[in-house]
Design a protein around this ligand. Structure first.
Ligand code: ZN
Ligand code: ZN
Ligand code: FE
Length: 739
């Protein structure tokens, strides 16, 4: 049999996932000689084999991948003959080019969980037990290649036992960068301000447990930041957390020990179960079965998630009850990743369960829901970021997409890959802007990436736009591309679904800057990658007070009342008018008449707001999205009728609907008919274009009832499953606008 030497280059998520030991085992299995090593591009295998042996080896390579690995591509070339004594793993080659993927952080695996609770194991109850198949990745990495010295684990010197495991290709911990043990790895610490208490790991957990059972609030350092935690079954504790965090009604996420506990609290479908127990372990929004007081007042859905680190698991296993686990941050600011940041919340928590493994890259919990068997990502972060998205084509230039202003994420793209940052958040404060900049720097550093083109939103006042402009001013070679907000929403879905050709996009959203300088958000557009045509939109109405209208549904409602009744509105008896004083009503009327701080908008999100105000459901929001969630609660599927609307050329006039809605006696009927009207509206506008794929995007599609109705009516419609429908999905859309 004639043998030759082959060089095989494997691209994809192939580092830090046990790929080399896998190759080693495979080569030994086939009795092949050669070597394997990590490079800046991926993994390089040199194999001395016959053609037939090579073929079998490559098949097995693709088919028997380790759980966290994924292959984007394989190149094989024959090289000069080389002699080998055996098959060996060689040191990482330092290469200039960095297109290798960083695996996201992964929840604790079954094998580690078993060892965690095995009294004979040397890592019994070790809160940082991990192996090649699980544990932290993204949040500890400083740069590539993914070696221990390039992570925050470099501060820990391995003990003899750990080192032996680390160096044994047949061990589950071979080159598992974050490994450690009681002797050599990260340690827990309990802080009861201002004291740092010297305690053993079990003592820290026991103490935390005691505090939680007493109704106290603890801050606990997780993977990508701190959580604030309290006993979810203790109403007083939950209310105390609400009060201290100044968060009156926004639902809290709840961590449960296991699936059994999740099922006690909520109805869990098969698909939801898969998500809850997936290696990503996102928070999953599920229908509540048993009400936990104070967790999600007035809302029948609850966000549940399972412990994803050994530390969480030890705590939940001991306490045997659900715990509130909400990101430790000042509202709308980034998650706290170190103790200095956390100390700003000193008045919120009673103690801190801290540890000494540095979080290099902050990362929030991901949030998802299931609608009609489809996963809808509401926030893409831990577990998913920075996984890449394969694009439908190669980008011509290295692209950096700046995202929007709310729920911001950014993206970088090279060749046919886009790497999305985790959820960054709203860019409204100095700290959040610093965190934003940090995330940009992180992706650039890790991937050794320099952009050639910068894509940003059309809104001149978005912080992301300003940063883009500052950026471009630093270099003459850099180009910018301005992308309309709702077009970007639709493009994001097209990129994810790898659509070629035209689509009919429906962007139902909060507000985004339109081509005419008005605030769009109820848009119907025919799109392809080269551009779009806006074929219809909600008829413009004025947002009284501009930005203020986003927090106060009653402002959009009042504006629609003025459109309908003019000055007569001032003497109308409606929940909307009743929420203002006579003086306020007069001032608003003047503003409406004279267009004073009353920008025109076609936003579907604001229409939802208006309806919730007109029906007396909500006048002023205490958290974003509240009006839509409350309307969901009132939907009655036995109501089949809808209201009338008028299509006047491109503008959809909803005033006939508003007028009819005001006369409705029953709130539930009114809400249900409103939802049905939106479905009719989509059907009506889409009808002449129904040879094109129908694409839904925009923040309003986070509304479960609306999405459910629309997917029932249009089962083939496309909605994103890996990027959020909200502004978290904008960055991917901006990337593909740059071809
Ligand atoms: Zn493991
Ligand atoms: Zn050790
Ligand atoms: Fe948007």
């Amino acid at each position: 049999m004639e043998r030759s030497t082959y060089k095989i280059t494997v691209y994809g998520t192939v580092q830090g996932v046990g790929f080399r030991p896998f190759v080693y085992t495979l080569a030994n299995h086939f009795e092949l000689k050669g070597s394997v090593c990590n490079t800046g591009e991926g993994v390089e295998i040199v194999l001395y084999a016959s053609k037939e042996e090579l073929k079998r080896f490559l098949e097995a390579l693709q088919n028997e991948l380790p759980p966290l690995a994924s292959i984007d591509g394989v190149d094989v070339e024959q090289v000069a003959l080389q002699a080998f004594d055996d098959f060996c793993i060689v040191q990482t080659k330092a290469d200039a080019k960095k297109s290798v993927r960083i695996p996201p952080d992964v929840s604790i695996c079954k094998a580690c969980e078993t060892e965690l609770f095995d009294p004979t194991n040397r890592r019994y109850r070790y809160p940082f037990i991990t192996c090649t198949h699980c544990g932290v990745r993204y949040c500890i990495i400083e740069r590539l290649p993914y070696d221990r010295k390039n992570t925050s684990m470099r501060f820990f010197t391995m003990c003899k036992k750990c080192e032996a495991e680390y160096n044994n290709p047949l061990d589950r911990r071979y080159h598992a960068q974050p490994i450690g043990c009681f002797e050599c790895g990260p340690k827990l610490e309990l802080i009861i301000s201002p004291k740092r208490l010297q305690k053993s790991s079990d003592e820290v957990i026991d103490h935390a447990l005691k505090l939680l059972l007493e109704g106290k609030i603890i801050a606990l350092k997780g993977v990508g930041g701190y959580h604030l935690m309290c006993d979810a079954t203790n109403e007083a504790a939950v209310m105390r957390l609400r009060e201290r965090k100044n968060r009156p009604t926004k639902p809290f996420a709840v961590m449960v020990r296991d699936l059994a506990m999740a099922k006690e609290l909520a109805e869990i479908s098969q698909k939801e179960k898969e998500l809850l127990t997936s290696k990503e372990r996102p928070v999953v929004i599920v229908k509540m079965k048993k009400k936990l007081s104070g967790i999600a007042p007035d809302i029948s859905y609850i966000g549940l998630f399972l412990p994803y680190t050994p530390l969480h698991l030890l705590l939940l296993d001991a306490i045997k009850r659900p715990l509130v686990a909400t990101s430790a941050n000042i509202s709308n600011e980034p998650i706290c990743t170190n103790i200095e940041e956390l100390e700003k919340l000193q008045d919120v928590y009673d103690a801190v369960v801290d540890h000494d493994r540095v979080i290099v890259n902050g990362c929030d919990d991901s949030v998802a829901m299931v609608v009609q068997e489809q996963t809808i990502m509401l926030r893409r972060a831990r577990g998913y970021a920075p996984a890449s998205v394969e694009l439908p084509f190669k980008v011509k230039k290295n692209t950096l997409a700046m995202g929007a202003n709310q729920k911001n994420t950014i993206a970088i793209a090279f060749e046919d890959q886009a790497i999305l940052s985790p959820h960054i958040g709203d860019l409204n404060t100095i700290d959040s802007l610093a965190y934003y900049q940090n995330n940009i720097d992180t992706l650039r550093r890790i991937y050794d990436f320099s952009p050639q083109i910068i894509a940003h939103d059309k809104h001149p006042n978005y912080e992301s736009t300003k940063v883009a402009k500052e950026f471009v001013a630093t270099s003459e070679e850099l180009k910018t591309k301005t992308v309309q907000h709702h077009y970007a929403h639709i493009l994001g879905v097209m990129a994810e679904k790898k659509i070629q050709g035209k689509v009919f996009g429906v962007a139902f959203d909060g507000t985004g800057y339109g081509d005419d300088g008005r605030l769009w958000g109820g848009e119907f557009m025919v799109c392809d990658y080269s551009g779009y045509e806006r074929v219809a939109h909600l008829k413009y109405f004025k947002l009284l007070g501009g930005e203020k209208a986003i927090k106060e549904p009653r402002r959009a409602a009042l504006s629609l009342l003025f459109d309908l009744f003019g000055e007569e509105t001032l003497s109308l008896q409606t929940p909307t008018t009743a929420s203002f004083t006579q003086t306020e009503l007069r001032t608003h009327y003047l503003a409406w008449q004279k267009n004073l701080n009353a920008p025109q908008s076609s936003s579907m999100g604001r229409l939802f707001d208006a309806v919730s105000s007109l029906l007396g459901v909500l006048q002023v929001m205490s958290f974003e999205g509240e009006s839509g969630m409350l309307l969901e609660e009132l939907y009655d599927k036995s109501v089949k009728e809808h209201y009338l609307f008028e299509v006047e050329e491109e503008a959809i006039n909803t005033l006939p609907m508003i007028e009819a809605l005001l006369k409705e006696k029953n709130t539930k009927t009114a809400v249900s008919k409103f939802f049905n009207t939106i479905v009719e509206m989509v059907a009506n506008i889409y009808a002449p274009y129904d040879d094109l794929p129908l694409v839904f995007s925009g923040g309003v599609f986070q509304n479960r009832v609306l999405l459910n109705l629309l997917l029932s009516r249009f089962p083939k419609a496309l909605i994103a499953n890996t990027i959020p429908p909200n502004d978290g999905g904008i960055a991917l859309g901006q990337v593909v606008a740059c071809i």
